[in-house]
Ligand binder design. Structure first.
Ligand code: IFM
Length: 997
């Protein structure tokens, strides 16, 4: 086996029973039972597939595994599945035939007997089982119970009988039976043969294999992690061997082994090892041995799910570490000790004061013992399960490590590494990474506890020795608490539990938890190129960044780096929250809780500024006070420039209110309004009342702000700020009665909203970005810049861009993106045409917004170009800033571009709207979301849409009225009138040197 495709650890084994695991039904299975029980205890998943019924298999095997791996018996030729636990088998799935189907099966079997008899062959209907009927082709005493090993002789005897009846081979007999069954009214019968019998049924072994593939997928096991073992893959008398049915597309990529004699040879994909049940037992023992020795799992490398970064890629090593960051929403772990800037960051844990506030650097658990620095390094991240493989070269060859940040247990890091020739005790340490924070560090080489700043980490390592060298497992648990000692005790207790569970149990539960997240969030795109993996890369990091409970301070770079010191911007509320509201609402709720708990700080700020209501900070951290830096160094001129966003980028006030509303739109969680949600909106409205200037003509203005386009500072009547304020006032006025807002205040909000100027010119359908924008130098950056995206302020100088119509990022268009109902109908296209060529896309937030809007406008080629570009921002480090963390908001725009832009999903109070616009290169796109408690699966393809929901849900497609979609797929033909109009390729190549984040 050495060096062969099965010379590795598998995560699951799927096996045929008769002839594969046991030679016959009377043989002793005690050895195989012991191996199965031990292997499942170390996490291996096992599926046994058989045509027979439960008693036959269970009474022979008698396995009673406790897990964490699973044992499933998939019996009755694809009709039933039993999960076997410590207390025995439990039915988990059964295909129940209807009375009509049973009648049809009987009729089909009778018709088959008649058809074969008519050809002169004596056959007997021998059993009538669940979903199938069995015909004996050789009802002779000598062949009453032939052993599997005698398959060649049996086939010879049966073939002679067939020839005597003028039937050329088994294949023809199967054809006769199938034709008779169809003639009898069974539309698509499953007809199989083991040479002695022919069975007509509603199911076959492919149903078992598909069920197991689905189960394993839900456990986070990819098909390449599966070993399929059978004894009859090759054809038998011209019919496919019964085990070939286990090779379903859902298990494509699995390793397939035959232990049978395969008289007519095995198909090319199958490794024919022969050897019978003895070899099968050996294969199982081998897998058990690998687990006992602590062998590392094998990276699955599944297309569309893998991020592979090696020395040959152009990524800076620190950027490579960031793109492969691990996170559970509470703790983010970047790189390994020895990398350029390894980090462990805990969500919401800050040190320092004012603008100096930054995320606390926690001690690093990802310590690779003696791993040579940065030579031949390869990182492989399985996006589906958040498991990272790291390999590097040393004098002894390649050494590997595998790490994950448990998704099932809070703030728990797990590392298994090959320690090869290293001698001594367990080599793993936790390395203190922030010496500025005083703390207690104690421990030895095998265990360590570090406590500081309200955080504690406890870590421990265990060394294992296998045939191929030694490996070591280490575990680290982080706890934050206001009292240091308490954090230490909590961490130590959780560490004990993690160590007791062990690597394999932790891995299984972690993979399963990730798989559950993907089930509600995945987007699959059937299109050429590698967009699929890049979209999943974005989703993976979005999911890694937010906790599911408590409060969530989502930093601009998530937990993947120290960029922007971990401060929270509108990036969180406007760009990240929508994804979470639609896929994992509890995380979106936690983000809003972060704002609710800092409402008092926002009120204090408003009061200090002489206003009312709440003034949320442009940059926020622990306290909710504004922590925006006041100055920075211009990287080109070296001059210190002042930063005024903290004072003037006030649209953040509306952005928070908008986020609260977006959460309710997706979830329908009306109770949230009374849990602080209404306060977020009402206090935002009160702020605008106090902030707005009313002129003598009955119009209202907002002076001196910064809009999303930060190249123009300050401006008056920024359309985005004003319209978002208007939207906030109107939304606040419509808060439910329970929010206890007085009518007089609601009336004032409505009156002021109506009075706010918005810069809209009905003559050309344009919104003026701010008062006076159209009088600035008409410099079209699309025509001037060598390439976009580009940091135009660096290219042209800040003074030139300030005096020109050059825009940093979507500004007016953010209105069409966030509040399409608040802008003039039909204004998307003119504003897109006007502003896009003037936009440098100098912020990573911009491209994805355009991708979404271009799709809504039917400019699908341009939408796709923008989407492809934004999906590369971090994977290819387009901004040159990925080393300090990933651009989480840009990832939010990737999700939005596909779901809102291409699929046209929109959550309203009335229904979920679906209105797809597909680029011509896409064969289909499928997305999963949660809308008001229901799990929704939407697939769009040229000309149609399929929607399914796990509970009755109102859905409207295109312009059609809403229908209630139930579990079953609904196919709605959609003929979309929108086509790509004109070609204005928005983006050319990229100028990395001048692009900023
Ligand atoms: O919030 C953004 C802003 O819109 C542009 N500059 C970077 C900030 C953080 O990502």
């Amino acid at each position: 086996m050495s060096g062969s495709p099965i010379d590795r650890r598998f995560e699951a084994v799927v096996m045929d029973w008769d002839g594969t695991v046991v030679p016959d039904r009377r043989s002793d299975a005690s050895e195989v039972r012991a191996v199965i029980e031990s292997a499942t205890e170390l996490g291996l998943h096992i599926g046994i597939v058989s045509g027979t019924h439960l008693a036959n298999v269970d009474e022979q095997l008698m396995a009673r595994p406790a897990g964490p791996g699973s044992l499933h018996l998939c019996l009755n030729r694809g009709s039933e599945v039993f999960r076997v636990g410590a207390r025995g088998p439990r039915l988990v799935w059964r295909r129940r035939p209807s009375a009509d189907e049973n009648q049809l099966l009987d009729a089909a079997a009778d018709a088959a007997v008649d058809a074969l008899t008519a050809r002169g062959l004596t056959v007997r209907l021998v059993s009538r089982r669940l979903n199938r009927r069995k015909l004996d082709l050789i009802p002779e005493a000598a062949w009453s119970d032939p052993p599997k090993a005698a398959i060649a002789d049996l086939l010879g005897a049966v073939t002679s009988r067939l020839h005597a009846a003028g039937i050329s081979d088994l294949r023809e007999a199967v054809r006769v039976v199938r034709a008779a069954a169809v003639e009898a009214g069974l539309p698509s019968p499953c007809v199989t043969s083991d040479a002695k019998h022919i069975e007509v049924g509603l199911t076959d072994k492919s149903d078992s294999a598909r069920w197991l593939a689905g189960h394993l997928w839900a456990c986070g096991v990819h098909p390449p992690g599966v070993l399929v073992v059978g004894d009859e893959f090759g054809s038998l008398g011209g019919t496919p061997g019964s085990d070939a049915l286990m090779m379903v597309p859902e298990l494509a990529g699995a390793a397939v082994v035959s232990v049978g004699s395969e008289p007519e040879g095995a198909p090319g994909r199958v490794m024919a090892l022969h050897g019978g049940p003895a070899l099968c037992l050996e294969l199982l023992r081998d897998q058990l041995g690998r687990r006992r020795a602590g062998e590392l799992p094998t990276p699955p490398l599944t297309v569309g799910w893998t991020l592979d970064v090696n020395d040959a890629s152009s990524l800076h090593p620190a950027a490579a570490a960031a793109v492969c960051a691990l996170g559970d929403g509470i703790v983010g772990s970047v790189g390994f000790a020895g990398d350029q800037s390894p980090a462990v960051l805990m969500q919401g844990r800050y040190v320092g004061h004012g603008p100096e506030t930054e995320l606390l650097q926690l001690p690093i658990w990802q310590v690779l013992a003696g791993m040579p620095a940065a030579r031949g390094v390869r990182r492989t991240l399985d996006l589906r399960t958040g498991v990272l493989w790291y390999t590097a070269q040393d004098a002894d060859g390649a050494r590997a490590a595998v790490a994950f940040q448990s998704r099932a247990r809070a703030a728990t890091g797990v590392l298994r590494q090959e320690v090869g020739a290293l001698r001594g005790s367990a080599p793993v340490l936790v390395e203190p990474s922030d010496t500025r924070v005083p703390g207690t560090h104690r421990g030895d080489r095998a265990g360590m506890t570090v406590e500081n700043a309200g955080c504690a980490v406890a870590a421990r390592a265990t060394r294992l020795r296998g045939a191929s060298g030694a490996t070591a497992d280490s575990y680290a648990v982080y706890r934050g608490a206001d009292q240091r000692a308490l954090a230490g005790r909590n961490a130590a207790a959780a560490l004990r539990r993690a160590r007791a569970a062990g690597f394999d149990r932790l891995l299984n539960e972690h993979r399963e938890a990730w798989a559950a997240r993907w089930a509600d969030a995945d987007i699959s795109i059937d299109a050429p190129g590698d967009l699929q993996a890049r979209v999943r890369f974005a989703l993976y990091h979005l999911m890694s960044s937010a906790p599911s409970a408590g409060e969530a301070a989502i930093a601009a770079r998530g937990l993947s780096g120290e960029g922007y010191r971990g401060h929270v911007f509108w990036d969180a509320d406007v760009f990240v929250l929508p994804f979470l509201a639609a896929t994992h609402p509890q995380s979106a709720r936690a983000m809003l809780e972060y704002r609710i708990r800092r409402l008092d700080a926002a009120r204090r700020r408003a009061t200090a500024d002489g206003r009312r209501g709440a003034r949320f900070p442009w940059e926020s951290a622990a306290t909710g006070d504004d922590v925006t830096p006041r100055r920075a160094r211009n990287p080109i001129t070296g001059r210190t420039v002042s930063i005024r966003t903290g004072d003037l980028e006030e649209h953040i006030v509306s952005d928070v209110a908008w986020a609260a509303n977006r959460y309710v739109e997706w979830t329908g969680d009306e109770a949230f309004w009374l849990e602080g949600g209404a306060d977020l909106v009402a206090e935002a409205a009160r702020y605008w009342v106090s902030r707005v200037r009313e002129d003598g003509d009955g119009r209202a203005h907002i002076d001196r702000v910064i809009g999303p386009d930060e190249y123009h500072v300050p401006v008056d009547d920024n359309a985005f700020t004003n319209v978002m304020a208007r939207w906030t006032l109107r939304r606040a006025a419509a808060l439910p009665a329970a929010a206890r807002v007085k009518d007089v205040e609601r009336d004032r909000w409505c009156q002021l909203a109506d009075a706010l100027v918005d810069g809209y010119r009905p003559t050309d359908g344009l919104y003026e970005q701010f008062a006076g924008f159209s009088g600035l130098e008409p410099l079209i950056i699309r025509d001037v810049a060598p390439r976009r995206p580009i940091a135009a302020d660096l290219l042209l100088g800040p003074d030139r861009v300030a005096g020109a119509q050059v825009i940093k990022q979507a500004d007016v268009l953010m209105l069409h993106y966030l509040v399409p109902e608040e802008v003039a109908p039909g204004s998307l296209v003119p504003n897109l045409e006007h502003y896009e060529p003037r936009t440098a896309h100098g912020s990573s937030l911009s491209l994805g917004v355009h991708a979404s809007l271009l799709a809504r406008a039917g400019r699908l080629e341009s939408a796709l170009s923008a989407l492809e570009l934004v999906a590369r921002i971090d994977v290819d480090d387009l901004t040159g800033t990925t080393a300090s963390g990933l651009h989480l908001a840009a990832m939010g725009t990737v999700w939005n571009a596909v779901t809102q832009g291409m699929l046209g999903l929109r959550a309203t109070e009335r229904c979920l709207e679906v209105d797809p616009h597909l680029p011509s290169q896409w064969r289909s796109v499928r997305g999963h979301v949660r809308y008001r408690g229901a799990r929704i699966d939407v697939e769009a393809f040229p000309g149609g849409v399929r929607v399914s929901a796990d509970q009755p849900t109102p859905v409207s497609v295109g312009d059609m009225p809403a229908v209630t979609v139930t579990k079953r797929w609904t196919v709605v033909p959609v003929v979309h009138p929108l086509r790509e109009s004109g070609s204005d390729p928005m983006t050319r190549a990229i100028d990395r040197s001048t692009l900023r984040s």
